[in-house]
Design a protein around this ligand. Structure first.
Ligand code: RNT
Ligand code: ZN
Length: 422
């Protein structure tokens, strides 16, 4: 079922002509794809376990379900798995690390983590040409067990998490400086109530104060982001860090806002938020994910939501202002497949968006010719974008079509199956 190289090239030549007839030069578009870097989320590789505390439980209103064999048990295994995934993606991409993925050789309190605990990640990233991003881990910890961290009523507990976030920003700064590419350090906290609170204001005032203390230090190689959420498991009625809270915060502090596609009402999409927020914010971070019912973290599929997100980044001319990260954790299928499917879909959606004849659509719109705008939008859905994607994979040395599944299956047999425990 795999296509031959000449089939891929001839399908591309035909597609190139089709797009040229709409004023789109596919070769130029493929050059633009060079600028699209996806930040892969390290936590898909081990169900958000990390290496701080073997056997530690995932808490904070998020959950990975499934027990597919072969999860990475240490950083070397995780890097090895990631190397395979990157080899299946066209282009050069980043890695998004969480604080619990440190390599300290001993237990280190989260408020005492240091750049040296991530030195092996930096060495690896330098060798492989990856940028790195970072996240404080404000969950899966005894001091997060009350469901509150940066907005906790106890000032000593708040202080602990403030210190953890300060330490995390310094690690982001270290990544940015060492790798010559700014790191985004994204703060997400699980804080919230299962049932209707008596006081919605006080936690938000405490969060404001904590965040201001976290962000006090100027760090030129680090970009700060805050990630809102509507609800989590156990925080159904109230989340301190809501969309309105963090939007206002990000605008007033001139930092990034993170939009996670699984963090809104089930019918609410983040696509339309991008152009609105970019009027006020310099940059955004996306956590591309897929919400299903009450779970915000399913593998990204090539659905309308994903395509709309990609279109809005491109239409806003914001390729260099929107950082694209993935965020989901599926333990019920091969974890490398989960990463690869979501990442390839996201890249493919970006390519499709870039292939839009934007000038022509804008012309119809400016002329008030909404009939032609609609007709063209619909025609575009059946244009041969897949032939351009296949060719892109071919020239970038990434597998075409289902060939990547063969690589994953062979790796599963040769490497993952040898890992004891689940
Ligand atoms: C949780 C947030 C957050 C986490 C990761 C692990 O709802 O989306 O981004 O998924 O930090
Ligand atoms: Zn997220």
């Amino acid at each position: 079922m795999n296509l031959s190289e000449s089939q891929i090239r001839s399908a591309y030549a035909q597609a190139k002509e089709r797009y040229a007839s709409l004023g789109v030069d596919t070769d130029t578009i493929l050059q633009q794809m060079e600028k699209v870097a996806i930040s892969l989320h390290c936590w898909q590789g081990d169900d958000v376990s990390g290496f701080e505390n073997p056997g530690g439980e995932l808490t904070g209103g998020i959950a990975a379900t499934g027990n597919y064999p072969g999860k990475a048990r240490n950083a070397d295994e995780l890097r090895r798995d990631l190397d395979v995934v990157y080899s299946l993606l066209p282009g050069a991409h980043r890695l998004n690390l969480h604080a619990i993925y440190l390599e300290a050789g001993k237990k280190v309190e989260r408020n005492a983590i240091e750049p040296q605990h991530f030195a092996a990640w930096v060495d690896w990233a330098k060798t492989k040409g990856h940028g790195l991003d970072f996240n404080p881990t404000c969950f899966s910890h005894p001091l997060a067990a009350d469901g509150f961290t940066l907005s906790h009523p106890d000032s000593a507990i708040r202080q602990y998490w403030v210190e953890h976030c300060i330490a995390s920003r310094r690690i982001g700064e270290y990544f940015g400086r060492e790798l010559g590419s700014k790191a985004v350090t994204n703060i997400w906290i699980p804080d919230g109530y299962k049932d209707t609170p008596a006081d919605r204001s006080a936690p938000r005032r405490r969060l404001l104060d904590s965040l201001d203390r976290v962000l006090a230090e100027k760090l030129p190689h680090n970009l700060d982001a805050v990630e809102p959420k509507l609800f989590g498991i156990g925080s159904e009625s109230y989340v301190t860090g809501s969309m309105e809270f963090y939007t206002a915060y990000a605008v007033s502090r001139k930092i990034l806002l993170t939009l996670d596609s699984g963090h809104f009402h089930p019918t609410e999409t983040i696509a339309d938020k991008i152009s609105a927020l970019l009027v006020f914010l310099d940059e955004l971070l996306l956590h591309v994910s897929r919400g299903v019912r009450w779970d915000s973290d399913h593998v990204v599929t090539f659905n309308d939501d994903l395509q709309a997100i990609a279109q809005e980044i491109v239409r806003a001319g914001a390729l260099n202002r929107v950082h694209i990260g993935l965020d989901y954790f599926d333990a019920s299928i091969n974890r490398l497949a989960a990463w690869t499917v979501g990442a390839r879909n996201t890249l493919r959606a970006m390519l499709n968006a870039l292939l839009e004849p934007q000038a022509l659509l804008i012309k119809y719109e400016a002329e008030g010719d909404f009939s032609s705008r609609l007709a063209l939008q619909e025609e575009l859905k059946a244009m041969p974008a897949a032939a351009v994607w296949d060719y892109h994979c071919l020239v970038k040395g990434a597998p075409v079509g289902m060939a990547y599944v063969d690589t994953i299956k062979a790796y599963e047999q040769n490497v993952l199956a040898q890992r004891a425990g689940r």
